[in-house]
Design a binder for this molecule. Structure first.
Ligand SMILES: Cc1cc2nc3c(=O)[nH]c(=O)nc-3n(C[C@H](O)[C@H](O)[C@H](O)COP(=O)(O)OP(=O)(O)OC[C@H]3O[C@@H](n4cnc5c(N)ncnc54)[C@H](O)[C@@H]3O)c2cc1C
Length: 528
């Protein structure tokens, strides 16, 4: 197989998850462990991004929020789940009942189920200088960041009637609490007296500006020029559920009981009013902190697994979305150039032809070249359509290639110890934590035989993406990487690594301009 050439790509999967934060990643992990093909798309705007530390999540206390996300992504990828930087602009229902997700930049995903884990947008009060300090010394949640401002001069700016909801909690955190009450707010009789009696200072007025001194928050300024000294400011934002991409499916958000925003209604299984569309996390409940959003995602991920399993039982099917994904790609025009990969040609030139296994053979450019150079070749692919193309081309050229349909991750996918050469050129094999596909590749090599694994240099493919304009179609870190194979061989007494290096991609490849460098691993299985 050669490189990914098309400009825009349609992917197929079991479940598309929109949003790769606590809720989305937790769901994707459940689904990946249920052997479901999951593609997660994320625009990179988690709600707590402005905060430097995450609090109140058992086992993760005080970590930067990004660490949790990075660890979660790696866990999802370790089961072959893809996490794509990008943005879903619209979700529609395809003719066959599946969903079609349009990503900015033109790529699309077709999925049996969709999980909305898109979170919400906090709408801050219109106060000059407030947004700049949001998540630092302007806070909203006593549970998230209250302890960090304990004993400080906390000024709580109350701009709507729900604003006093957290006042008792802030009073517990400091003896120096001032509440600034916007004049239009109606407060239940006796509440102000009770707060004052408990030592809370009440100021009536409207805050105009956050005042800073030497880069540090120092006061709030009111419309009538009065100032109230402050070390930290507490506000209660309004919120909007991020549900626009699902609007064309007929999803309407419901007003939240607080009157401060909206949310997506779901039943106990996380199902929305649209069959097959689920939702989890802050988009369904603004009060969820990170641990609750993760728990919600995890639970809804399990519910989606049940729903898919029920469908499959009813259809008596054991479908592979990965196979469908590749069959779809081999259902149109020729995908690859038909030329052999230059690195394969260079690396095997000194070998005596014998039996060769080409893993992830695609349309057979490598397999056919090997066959025409004296090798007895088995071309393997997960896609039957790809193998049909290999067989047709072999017949046309009078070459002899045996086709072997198998998922490289299947139990005992390949004949053990049978091949003098096992070649995997840019093979997109989903990872598993136990490296099953890697073991399958290694086991297939005969004593004295050669393993040749080539992939793109992944670094350029990991570069940040402007998700307002682009979305990536593939996640290279969800697939077996050359490094995974090298790690499995390292320190093994039965293997000798002959080549492991990054080098420019040889000329002639269909898309050499996109991926300039290859990573090449050639290893020999020792005899005896
Ligand atoms: C300033 C601040 C600090 C906080 N601190 C804490 C804390 O210390 N502890 C705590 O427990 N909680 C904290 N929270 C609450 C916490 O942020 C939420 O509980 C949590 O982020 C909810 O997770 P989620 O997965 O539901 O949504 P989010 O974390 O908001 O993630 C939603 C994801 O969906 C993506 N997305 C949205 N639309 C699209 C689209 N169309 N296409 C692709 N991707 C999309 C977004 O980019 C985002 O990454 C804090 C909140 C704020 C505002």
């Amino acid at each position: 197989m050669s490189d990914h050439a098309p400009r825009t790509v349609e992917r197929q999967c079991d479940v598309a998850v929109v949003g790769a934060s606590a809720a989305g990643l937790a769901a994707a992990l459940q689904l990946g462990r249920q052997r479901r093909a999951v593609i997660v798309v994320d625009a990179g705007e988690p709600r707590n991004a402005p905060a430097t530390h995450l609090h109140g999540y058992l086992g993760h206390e005080g970590r930067p929020p990004s660490e949790l996300i990075t660890a979660g992504r790696e866990e999802v990828r370790s089961y072959g789940g893809e996490v794509l930087p990008g943005r879903v602009s619209r979700v529609t229902r395809a003719d066959d009942g599946r969903f079609r997700l349009e990503l900015v930049g033109g790529n699309t995903i077709v999925a049996r189920r969709v999980l909305a884990a898109t979170g919400l947008v906090d709408e801050l009060p219109d106060i000059d200088g407030l947004a700049e300090r949001w998540g630092r010394d302007v806070i909203h949640c006593p549970f998230c960041h209250g302890f960090e401002v304990r004993d400080q001069r906390i000024v709580q700016v109350v701009t709507h009637s729900m604003g006093l909801h957290a006042t008792g909690l802030f009073r517990q955190l400091t003896a120096r609490l001032t509440v600034i009450l916007d004049d239009h707010i109606e407060v239940p009789h006796g509440e102000i007296d009770a707060l004052q009696a408990a030592g809370v200072e009440i100021v009536h007025g409207r805050v105009r500006r956050i005042v800073t001194d030497d880069g540090k928050l120092s006061a709030v300024e009111l419309d009538d020029d009065r100032r109230v000294d402050a070390d930290a400011v507490a506000v209660a934002p309004r919120f909007t559920a991020r549900a626009e991409p699902f609007a064309s499916l007929g999803i309407r958000t419901a007003p939240h009981a607080t009157g401060l925003g909206d949310f997506v209604e779901t039943d106990a299984t996380g199902a929305t009013a649209v069959p097959g569309l689920y939702a989890a996390g802050n988009v369904t409940d603004p009060s969820q902190q990170v641990s609750q959003a993760a728990a919600d995602g995890s639970r809804i991920g399990a519910m989606i697994s049940f729903s898919l399993a029920d469908d499959d039982i009813r259809l008596a099917a054991r479908s592979s979305a990965n196979e469908a994904d590749w069959d779809h790609r081999y259902g149109g025009d020729q995908v690859w150039s038909g030329n052999p990969n230059g690195t394969l040609v260079n690396e095997i030139s000194g070998l005596t032809p014998g039996r060769a296994l080409d893993v992830g053979a695609g349309e057979g450019g490598d397999a056919l070249w090997l066959a025409e150079h004296g090798w007895r070749v088995t071309a393997n692919d997960i896609s039957r359509r790809a193998l049909a193309r290999v067989a047709a081309e072999a017949e046309r050229r009078g070459a002899c290639v045996e086709c072997h349909h198998a998922d490289a991750n299947a139990l005992d996918a390949f004949e053990a110890g049978a091949f003098d050469l096992v070649s995997a050129q840019y093979a997109s094999i989903p990872r598993t934590p136990d490296n099953r596909a890697v073991r399958n590749l290694l086991n297939a090599v005969a004593p004295g035989g050669t393993l040749l694994v080539v992939s793109h240099d992944l670094e350029p493919m990991r570069a940040p993406v402007d998700t307002l304009a682009h979305s990536r179609p593939f996640d290279p870190d969800a697939y077996v990487r050359v490094e995974d194979v090298a790690a499995a061989l390292a320190d093994s007494p039965t293997w000798h690594i002959e080549v492991h290096e990054k080098r420019p991609r040889p000329a002639g490849a269909a898309s050499a301009s996109h991926h300039v460098d290859d990573v090449v691993l050639r290893a020999r299985r020792l005899t005896g």
